[in-house]
Design a protein around this ligand. Structure first.
Ligand code: URA
Ligand code: SF4
Length: 215
């Protein structure tokens, strides 16, 4: 594959805005070919709470900002219910380009889960953001974010509500408290009769993360 990998782009010393600039020309996997643009993280560079989603969706791909579509609105509602202000956070995704399929009929682009290869290719950007922001608490939203940082064997359902730590690795010299929770989209996708409970669980996990900041 021609072009640059994420890992080549990311010297430790790069600050957040320089990282975002560099990420805009990343060709670390094939996802840049069909997506509109790189959607880098956004928010406070000194945030003590960082949230990580999966990848940009259709609206994020057009806007160039993370969590501004339906999942973002749900997240905003959950943050408000938990009493956490979004502008105090740094919000990003495990994968920085939108992966989708175009069904034969209809023009709506359908979200596709990124492969392990794509998640691994994009991981250096996420690690660089983590090192630049150095949040006290890191909240992983959904299996893709969780497996990017905790390893491919990580099971979300087995660790919800626990304080976790990153596994030993060569590239992350930093030890935030970690909370893993369901992805906001899973609340939207669930059965209507399950939504309230799923939403409340997300709010309760956000509150748990915010309480860790105070402790
Ligand atoms: N879902 C995500 O995981 N991230 C976004 O930015 C939007 C939807
Ligand atoms: Fe680079 Fe990540 Fe985009 Fe792949 S998804 S091209 S690794 S920024």
């Amino acid at each position: 594959m021609a072009g640059h990998t994420a890992a080549e782009f990311v010297p430790d010393s790069l600050k957040l805005d320089e990282l975002a600039d560099a990420a805009h020309s990343c060709k670390g996997c094939d996802l840049y070919l069909d997506a509109t643009q790189t959607v880098f993280g956004a928010g406070s560079a000194t945030a003590d709470l960082m949230l990580v989603g999966e990848q940009p969706g259709d609206q994020e791909d057009r806007a160039g900002e993370p969590f501004v579509g339906p999942a973002g609105r749900l997240l905003d509602k959950a943050l408000a219910a938990a009493g956490v202000e979004r502008d105090r956070l740094y919000v990003t995704n495990a994968v920085k380009h939108f992966k989708f399929t175009l069904p034969e009929r209809g023009k709506r682009r359908i979200h596709k889960t990124p492969s392990r290869t794509e998640v691994v290719a994009c991981r250096p950007w996420l690690v660089a953001e983590l090192m630049a922001v150095q949040p006290k608490v890191l909240m992983l939203l959904g299996a893709t974010a969780a497996q990017s940082l905790m390893g491919s064997g990580f099971r979300l359902t087995a660790h919800r509500g626990e304080v976790l730590h990153l596994p030993d690795s060569d590239d992350v010299a930093f030890d935030p408290q970690i909370v893993a929770t369901a992805h906001p989209s899973s609340v939207l996708r669930g059965r209507p009769e399950d939504r309230e409970e799923a939403f409340d669980a997300l709010v309760s996990d956000l509150r748990f993360a915010a309480d860790l900041l105070a402790s």
